[in-house]
Design a protein around this ligand. Structure first.
Ligand code: FNR
Length: 192
């Protein structure tokens, strides 16, 4: 029998009322429906200092960065909803990825990312829904060994898109997020 795939879901925003947190929770539910075991985390719970090689050399990996990296290591799939800040990904997300990319002694490079399967999505108040940030996120993840699914979803006008229960008012967008997340679970099930 195929092993149940484990998928880590998080947003690149620490904002309490983050639209991207809402979006990735929709994806998380979709992946769970498709048979995955999904862990949702909030980067707000794992504050990390700005990565600095000198500090790393002196103090080692920050405990929250290590927790994040270990979570990545324990999961085969990723669901990431990233806000777009000035046409790119947020500093919080890039910083977390940078920390997690650092190898422990004797560990192969990019152990937390290599061979992972990811789906990426975004939402923003703007008309493009954070699409330009996804271009950067896709490039970054691909370059550190993550297989990023070709499909992606950007949801514009975030401020008017969500119902009180966290689902999207636009049924087609809701379905496209769920389908995208389901395909991560399905691919991982096939690979297992
Ligand atoms: C933004 N925002 C934004 N939106 C966008 O569509 N394109 C952009 O380039 C930017 N740039 C940007 C820069 C900075 C510094 C901030 C603080 C914000 C708006 C952003 O999409 C909005 O604040 C979202 O609500 C952020 O996502 P969360 O926190 O709601 O998930």
């Amino acid at each position: 029998m195929a092993t149940i795939p484990k998928i880590l879901a998080f947003a690149g925003s620490t904002r309490v009322d983050s639209y991207n947190k809402k979006l990735v929770k929709i994806a998380a539910a979709g992946a769970a429906t498709a048979g995955a075991e999904v862990t949702y985390i909030d980067l707000r719970d794992l504050p990390m200092p700005l990565f600095d090689e000198d500090v790393e050399a002196k103090e080692g990996m920050h405990p929250n960065a290590l927790t994040f990296k270990n979570l990545l290591m324990e999961h085969q799939g990723l669901l990431i909803a990233s806000p777009e800040y000035n046409s790119s990904i947020t500093a919080v997300l890039k910083n977390a990825l940078d920390w997690a990319s650092r190898p422990a002694l004797g560990e192969p490079p990019l152990a937390a990312f290599s061979g992972k399967v990811a789906a990426i999505m975004s939402t923003s108040p703007g008309a493009l829904g954070g699409l330009r940030g996804l271009v950067h996120l896709r490039a970054i993840l691909s370059n550190i060994g993550v297989l990023v699914l070709p499909g992606q979803v950007a949801v514009p006008k975030a401020y008017e898109m969500f119902k009180d229960d966290g689902t999207l008012k636009d049924a087609k967008k809701q379905q496209s997020i769920e389908k995208l997340a389901e395909s991560v679970a399905t691919i991982l099930l096939k690979l297992s």
